[in-house]
Ligand binder design. Structure first.
Ligand SMILES: Cc1cc2nc3c(=O)[nH]c(=O)nc-3n(C[C@H](O)[C@H](O)[C@H](O)COP(=O)(O)OP(=O)(O)OC[C@H]3O[C@@H](n4cnc5c(N)ncnc54)[C@H](O)[C@@H]3O)c2cc1C
Length: 454
């Protein structure tokens, strides 16, 4: 035992994982969640929201010993299944054979982490206590209960793991030299559902992430173990078409029929759901520093809310926890050093995955339906197979290579992009893409670029 205490605000996936890691280093942790305990109440109202977990996330879960169990309740997705507007389908693998991203239940992972946290003797969990205030000099926090009682909690340190709308972060806005910005994306989203077949099987291919790319908007579907798919429609907030312009039932119906004809027979009441639900906004948060007075830190979405187009938000938050875990050992519990090292190590990576995620909307919603983009992906995959020492595709660096920091993936990805622009400009590349001279040219260009841009 170190004898020192932590308050973790937010019992979401990142707060729960952080609490486990701190407790295993000998700290006494109070984990405070504003909402009711989802294991005892039906706060999800039977709706299964799933997300894609990949190697960075799995590495963190394996580290605390729950990776294998979590994987059993998850579904591997080996490729994108792309639905053309005419109903034509194509496939685009995520990586090499066997590489997969995994569809996991967001609530399920959170509950598994809470169960694991509660097995730790050093952790006490509290629900229905919302943070109202924090003293950034002392890490003393004030919470309010459902019955409006106030509770003041003293601790040596505190972390805000309270998500994209973090109260801890908002309270820090008044602090000296705290930089912050919040940027809304043009797109908002609603969730839709594809029910299971009567026998419980999936109505679309199970081991794929389905995408209906339509340039300015898209529909995606991720499988659940119960045979259903959770779908997300990303559409602009304003303009045409948009959540703002589609207000008449007939127009919504026409929109779905024109753009997602093959999904219309599968989706459960898409038009009614569209009419009834309020579209949720997507925004990016960029702040610095991520720690205050070496007493209070920010972690997960509270530090770096990003857009979901790379499927990395939770993966990145889990990686924050893994980095802290290493730094606690490295700096022998000296939190002056740990906070500084943590934000210096993670901030460039948070920025990089924010940028990559923004860019990936274009890749998902536009390019994955574009034949030239698919050729480009095939060239990259073939070259990477022949010269793995020279080329790991950007998607694989981000998703399947936890040893490559996001910031490095972004840097190398920009070099690859410049190279591929030159390759795709070769006359006749659409038909000649698998000829040996293309690989030779790619080899020369890559070697040259890597040498000059090290
Ligand atoms: C549409 C969509 C799709 C996504 N898809 C993916 C994906 O495929 N892959 C991926 O890795 N990520 C994805 N994400 C991102 C992922 O959901 C988040 O990165 C992740 O949930 C962040 O975890 P967190 O614990 O930091 O925050 P949250 O999950 O937001 O948890 C924060 C917790 O803090 C609690 N809280 C808030 N305020 C207070 C308060 N004042 N007092 C006490 N408690 C409080 C909340 O109730 C909540 O339980 C997606 C996000 C969205 C919106």
């Amino acid at each position: 035992m170190t004898g020192r205490t932590f308050t973790v605000v937010g019992g979401g996936p990142v707060g729960s994982l952080l609490a486990i890691s701190l407790a295993r280093h000998g700290y006494k942790v109070g984990l405070y969640e504003g909402r009711p305990d989802s294991r005892k109440t039906s706060i999800y109202q039977g709706r299964s929201i799933n997300i894609a977990l990949s190697d960075r996330g799995w590495a963190s879960l394996e580290k605390i010993g729950i990776g294998a169990e979590a994987k059993q309740q998850s579904i591997p997705m080996y490729h994108r299944a792309i639905h053309g507007v005419d109903g034509e389908m194509s496939e685009l693998p995520y990586g090499q054979e066997g590489d997969a991203i995994w569809s996991v239940s967001r609530g399920g992972i959170n509950e598994q982490l809470l169960d694991t946290a509660e097995e730790e003797p050093n952790i006490t969990t509290y629900f229905e206590l919302r943070l109202m205030d924090i003293d950034f000099e002392t890490a003393t926090t004030t919470f309010r209960s459902k019955s409006a009682d106030e509770l003041t909690v003293a601790a040596d340190f505190a972390f805000g793991a309270d998500g994209a709308n973090s109260k801890v972060r908002r309270l820090a806005y008044g602090l000296h030299r705290f930089s912050y910005s919040q940027t809304y994306m043009p797109q908002c989203y609603i969730e839709l559902n594809i029910p299971a077949n009567p026998d419980g099987s999936h109505r679309l291919e199970k081991n794929a992430l389905h995408i209906w790319p339509r340039k300015d908007f898209m529909l995606i579907a991720l499988p659940n173990p119960d045979g259903t798919f959770t779908c997300t429609l990303f559409l602009n907030y304003s303009g045409d078409p948009s959540f703002e312009s589609l207000t008449e039932r007939s127009a919504v119906e026409a929109f779905f029929t024109a753009n997602f004809a093959d999904a219309m027979d599968l989706l459960e009441d898409p038009v009614d759901t569209f009419m009834q639900r309020t579209a949720a906004p997507l925004f990016l948060v960029n702040v610095f520093p991520w720690s205050f007075n070496r007493k209070v830190g920010l972690i997960g979405d509270a530090a770096h809310a990003i857009v979901p187009f790379y499927g990395q938000g939770m993966n990145c938050g889990f990686e924050d926890c893994a980095e802290l875990d290493v730094l606690i050992g490295k700096h022998n519990h000296d939190w002056d050093q740990i906070f500084a090292a943590y934000e210096n190590a993670r901030k460039p990576n948070g920025d990089a995955i924010a940028e990559l995620s923004k860019r990936n909307f274009v890749e998902m919603s536009d390019l994955s339906g574009d034949p030239r983009f698919q050729i480009r992906k095939k060239i990259e995959a073939k070259f990477s197979d022949c010269h793995p020492e020279l080329w790991t595709p950007l998607y694989s660096m981000v998703t399947f290579s936890p040893d490559i920091p996001y910031s490095e993936a972004l840097r190398i990805g920009d070099i690859q992009n410049a190279v591929m622009e030159r390759i795709m400009a070769i006359p006749g590349i659409d038909k000649d893409w698998d000829k040996p001279f293309v690989m030779d040219r790619l080899f020369d260009l890559t070697s040259e670029f890597l040498e000059t841009r090290q």
